[in-house]
Design a binder for this molecule. Structure first.
Ligand SMILES: Nc1ncnc2c1ncn2[C@@H]1O[C@H](COP(=O)(O)OP(=O)(O)OP(=O)(O)O)[C@@H](O)[C@H]1O
Length: 277
C-alpha cells in the first residue's frame, strides 16, 4: 500500500537531501539567519525548533528554493541553488505551511486543492486531470483522514482539516523532501494529537521522503523524528540526533528561560520552572 504513495529510486547521493554551508540571509543590513551549516540525509526526519523570530521560516524558504542565501551555498536534492532551474526542482519538494494556504483559492474543493499540486498550480484551470492523479489525491486524503471532505470547499474547513489537506497536497508530487512549517499551529488538543499520530506514522515509514518540520513546541514532535536543529536569533544553537541534542540545557538556552524537559514513549514535554519568591 505504502508503495502507492512513495517511490523508491532517488537520483542523488544519500547525504544530499539538503546541504547548507555558511548560509546567511541578510535583509536591511541585518542577518535573519547567520552562518548556518546544516546537512540532511535521506531517511532523516528533522525538527527545526526555536522561538518566534528565530529564523525558522527563513531557513525553510531556503530549503524550498524560494529564497537564495545572501552568502554561503545551499544544495537541495543534489543541486546547488543558483545553478539549477528551480522550476524543475520545486515539484520534488513538498511544502505545507500557512504561506501556501494563503495562496489557495477558498472556493476550490478539497480534492481540487490536492490535485492542482500535480500540475504545479494553486488553482484549477481547465486542465483535465488524469485518473491516476485523482486516485492518488483520494488515497492521500484518506491517509490524512480527509476522505469524507473531498467535495467540501477549502475555505470552509476547520484549521485542523485545512492543515491535513495541505499535507496531502504537499505529498501529491511524491516529493523527495517534505517541508512542514508549523503544521500543528492553531490546533486544539485533539487536533494536535491526531496530527502527531499521522506525522508519526509518516516519520516512521522508511520509504517516506526526508522530512523537516518547523515548530515552537516540543509537544508537537512525533515519535520517529530523528534529528533536531535548534535555532536562536538566526544562529544554530545545537544540531544533531534528537535524543542527544534536545536536552533541558539546550532547550533553556534556545528559549531564554529555565525549562524542564521530559521524554517518554517517544514524546516530549517541556515546562518552565516555578518563579522563586
Ligand atoms: N523580508 C524581510 N525583511 C526584513 N526582515 C524580515 C523579513 N522576513 C523576515 N524578517 C525577520 O526575520 C526574522 C526571522 O523571521 P522568520 O519568519 O524566519 O522567523 P521564525 O523563526 O519563523 O518566526 P515565527 O516562529 O514567529 O514564525 C524576524 O525577526 C522577522 O521579522
Amino acid at each position: 500500500m505504502r508503495e502507492l504513495f512513495f517511490s523508491l529510486g532517488k537520483a542523488y547521493a544519500m547525504s544530499d537531501v539538503l546541504e547548507l554551508v555558511d548560509v546567511s540571509v541578510i535583509r536591511d543590513g541585518r542577518p535573519l539567519v547567520e552562518q548556518v551549516s546544516w546537512s540532511v540525509a535521506e531517511g532523516e526526519r528533522w525538527i527545526v525548533l526555536g522561538p518566534n523570530g528565530a529564523g525558522k521560516t527563513t531557513l525553510l524558504q531556503v530549503a524550498s528554493s524560494y529564497l537564495f542565501p545572501s552568502t554561503g551555498t545551499a544544495s537541495i536534492l543534489g543541486d546547488k541553488l543558483g545553478s539549477v532551474d528551480v522550476f524543475e526542482l520545486r515539484p520534488r519538494i513538498g511544502l505545507a505551511g500557512a504561506a501556501m494556504a494563503d495562496k489557495l483559492p477558498k472556493r476550490q474543493t478539497v480534492l481540487e486543492t490536492v490535485l492542482t499540486a500535480a500540475y504545479g498550480m494553486t488553482a484549477h484551470w481547465r486542465e483535465t486531470y488524469e485518473q491516476a492523479d485523482e486516485s492518488r489525491a483520494r488515497l492521500l486524503l484518506d491517509l490524512l483522514g480527509m476522505a469524507d471532505y473531498t467535495e467540501r470547499r477549502f475555505g470552509t474547513l476547520s484549521e485542523g482539516e485545512r492543515k491535513r489537506t495541505l499535507i496531502a497536497r504537499a505529498l501529491m508530487t511524491d516529493p523527495e523532501l517534505l517541508l512542514l512549517d508549523e503544521p500543528a499551529a492553531g490546533l486544539d488538543l485533539g487536533g494536535r494529537e491526531d496530527l502527531v499520530r499521522r506525522l508519526g506514522a509518516l516519520a516512521q515509514d522508511p520509504i517516506a521522503p526526508a522530512m523537516i518540520m518547523v515548530t515552537h513546541h516540543v509537544e508537537e514532535i512525533a515519535p520517529g523524528f530523528t534529528h533536531v536543529l535548534m535555532i536562536r536569533q538566526g544562529k544554530v544553537l545545537a544540531a544533531g540526533p534528537i535524543v542527544e541534542t534536545l536536552t533541558p540545557r539546550n532547550l533553556s538556552l534556545c528559549f531564554g528561560l529555565p525549562l524542564t524537559l521530559e521524554h517518554q514513549d517517544g514524546r516530549w514535554a517541556a515546562r518552565g520552572l516555578p518563579m522563586t519568591k
